[in-house]
Design a protein around this ligand. Structure first.
Ligand SMILES: N[C@@H](CCC(=O)N[C@@H](CS)C(=O)NCC(=O)O)C(=O)O
Length: 236
């Protein structure tokens, strides 16, 4: 990527990461063309280490060669830096913005570790993890009812910040359902959220970057095997 081009946009990421998907959806919503810089699973490129030396994690947004890290920070940056003709990603009202940020942080606090446990990526109590995901989704069903006020998405009739944050986990909910054989997004217990998830996945900014559940399951298995092989090699 030409770092001296002030307009060039790149995403350092991996196709299977929910955090990376958020950035791609936001850029697509804004109509911003970007180069996807795929990291090799289980490894960290020089570009990643140089552009996110603190956390060494994906995603990193590169804008004119300057890095922006952490998916929630990136979403807000994209909203401000590409404010042009497309509607804002965050709600206009400061109180609504605070509420949406609250639920986004809630989702990120409750879901990723429990989903990693369900997928077998980390050791832990799978039944407790399933309960934690179910309890969080029940809360988020209520949040959806309160925030959407009968509209199609959290902030109205198009997708916005909270849709992108929570929606990025939908592929992994479906992968976890395949791995455990148990329903995660239960249409009986959370009918509004289940219908919202289907709408989110069908949105034109999401469709092409929402990972397929079967591919995610295969990816998880391959990554687990590669990490185990690495750990064994280090012990030798
Ligand atoms: N809080 C970060 C989380 C990013 C994250 O967990 N990225 C994972 C990929 S899904 C990663 O880079 N893992 C490798 C590592 O932690 O070493 C964000 O929202 O951007």
């Amino acid at each position: 990527m030409a770092s001296d081009d002030a307009a060039a946009v790149g995403v350092v990421g991996g196709w299977a990461s929910p955090f990376v998907m958020r950035v791609c959806v936001a850029l697509r919503l804004k109509g911003v063309a970007y180069e996807f810089l795929q990291e090799e699973p289980g490894k960290k490129s020089e570009l990643l280490l140089a552009s996110n030396p603190v956390h060494k994690q994906i995603p990193v947004l590169l804008h004119g060669g300057r890095p922006v890290c952490e998916s929630l920070v990136i979403l807000q940056y994209v909203d401000e830096a590409f404010s042009g003709a497309r509607p804002p990603i965050l709600p206009a009202d400061p109180y609504d913005r605070a509420v949406h940020r609250f639920w986004a942080e809630y989702a990120d606090a409750k879901l990723p570790m429990a989903l990693r446990t369900l997928r077998g990526m980390i050791d832990g109590d799978k039944a407790a993890a399933a309960e934690q995901v179910a309890a969080a989704l029940a809360q988020l069903e209520e949040a959806f009812t309160a925030c959407s006020k009968g509209q199609r998405f959290f902030a109205g009739d198009d997708i916005g910040f909270l849709d992108i944050v929570l929606g990025s986990y939908v592929g992994w909910f479906r992968a976890a359902e395949r791995i455990t054989g148990q329903t995660v997004l239960d249409e009986m217990r959370m009918p509004r959220l289940a219908a919202w998830a289907a709408r989110f996945c069908g949105h034109e900014a999401v469709r092409d970057v929402m990972p397929d559940a079967g591919r995610l399951v295969e990816f998880g298995e391959a990554l687990r095997a590669a990490l185990a092989a690495n750990a064994n090699a280090q012990r030798m």
